[in-house]
Design a protein around this ligand. Structure first.
Ligand code: KG4
Ligand code: ZN
Length: 360
């Protein structure tokens, strides 16, 4: 039985996981830095590297203990080589290289975006569901929003990507603007349920050039204009005060300091993001003759997106990861390494962290 230890540190999660060749996740440990970055309203790269340094040893040790494995029961170490914050990537990569040297294991460098796609393939396999290829993959997170065609040989063709903000980044910036803290996606998603999207108008994008590209900066500006046109001072003060009292307020607590009109604007914002993502995914799937749609990355946790994607509007079956495997984790990195392990395709110990690594 082959087993791979995966290590992920590309952004603000330090993660380690062990996956076996049947796709079983024997251990998965994720140390989130949300509390560190929360007070700044976004990820601070210098702090992220420092936190990764602090967490990497206990996280890897924790995964090995959880799986009850010895080092000689592993076959390779997979690590995210990019894309991501270079200082953060370096912590995981250097640690993985050192482990490979000391334990005599091969190193497999993984593209983080491919990891997000494997999160879905891994779980589908465990559930006995077959994802037919070619597939269309939408990866939407805090750092990327990409559409890929996934061929039957597991090669990738980039069909569209964001020209400005990533979808999750738009959530985080709008949440910051409205005083909801970081990360913004989960809070706005839950609050959107309480708003009426038709009560506030938010614009859809008219894309010139590649119409499968995304853009969220216009929507972000529309939200900024909306806040400027309203007197939100009182509610902003109340939300800041709530965040000081409770670092992680519940939806009920947020609702006490969020008037209906603001909830309506949040619902309208979410509706536009979901529409922008799913319209392009549907069109790309039709144009490429995809047999399945894979949606992954932190934004794949979004309840509005899941509901709309499952309403029968997409031309083929749609697959999402569970929420734990939607956001950054190392099980997806280990899973993505298996095809390479089988082919004996290993990385050199000179492997570099690549902040702008592309998948296609
Ligand atoms: O995949 P991920 O953990 O990290 C990156 O690779 O970027 O994604 C984190 C992003 C954040 O921007 C967060 O606000 C967003 O995913 N996110 C959500 C939801 N949960 C997390 N966005 C919308 N709705 C959600 N429920
Ligand atoms: Zn990610």
């Amino acid at each position: 039985m082959k087993r791979v230890l995966g290590i992920e540190s590309s952004c603000d999660e330090t993660a380690a996981a062990i996956v076996d060749e049947t796709g079983q996740v024997l251990a998965s440990v994720v140390a989130s830095q949300i509390d560190t970055h929360g007070k700044y309203g976004g990820v601070v790269p210098e702090l992220a590297s420092r936190e990764h340094l602090r967490s990497i040893t206990p996280v890897v040790r924790g995964a090995m203990e959880e799986a009850r494995l010895n080092w000689n029961e592993l076959d390779a170490i997979a690590v995210t080589a990019g894309p991501g914050l270079v200082g953060s990537l370096l912590v995981g990569l250097t640690y993985a290289k050192a482990l490979c040297l000391v334990r005599g294991l091969p190193l497999i460098g993984i593209n983080h975006i491919e990891g997000h796609i494997y999160a879905v393939l891994l779980e589908a396999r465990l559930a006995g569901a077959e994802i037919e290829l070619p597939a269309l993959a939408l990866v939407a997170s805090g750092g990327h929003t990409h559409l890929f065609e996934v061929s039957p040989r597991m090669t990738y063709r980039l069909l569209g990507k964001t020209r400005d903000d990533a979808a999750g980044e738009a959530y985080d910036k709008v949440a910051k603007l409205l005083g909801f803290g970081y990360p913004g996606g989960p809070v706005l998603d839950q609050l959107a349920l309480h708003g009426d999207a038709d009560a506030v108008h938010m614009p859809m994008v008219k894309m010139k050039g590649n119409t499968l590209d995304f853009s969220f900066s216009g929507l972000k500006t529309a939200m900024l204009r909306w806040t400027q046109s309203k007197d939100l001072e009182g509610e902003l003060i109340a939300r800041r005060a709530l965040l000081k009292l409770h670092p992680h307020p519940t939806v009920e607590q947020w609702l006490t300091v969020t008037p209906q009109l603001t909830l309506d604007a949040i619902a309208a914002f979410q509706e536009v993001v979901v529409e922008e993502l799913l319209r392009r995914a549907a069109r790309a799937a039709e144009e490429t003759g995809a047999r399945a749609i894979i949606i992954s990355g932190g934004v794949a946790c979004n309840a509005g997106l899941r509901k709309s994607a499952r309403s029968g509007r997409l031309p083929c079956p749609v697959f999402f990861p569970t929420p734990q495997l939607s956001t950054d984790n190392a099980a997806m990195i280990a899973a993505a390494a298996f095809p390479r392990l089988e082919r004996g395709e290993f990385s050199d110990l000179t492997l570099k962290a690549q902040a702008n690594l592309t998948l296609a």
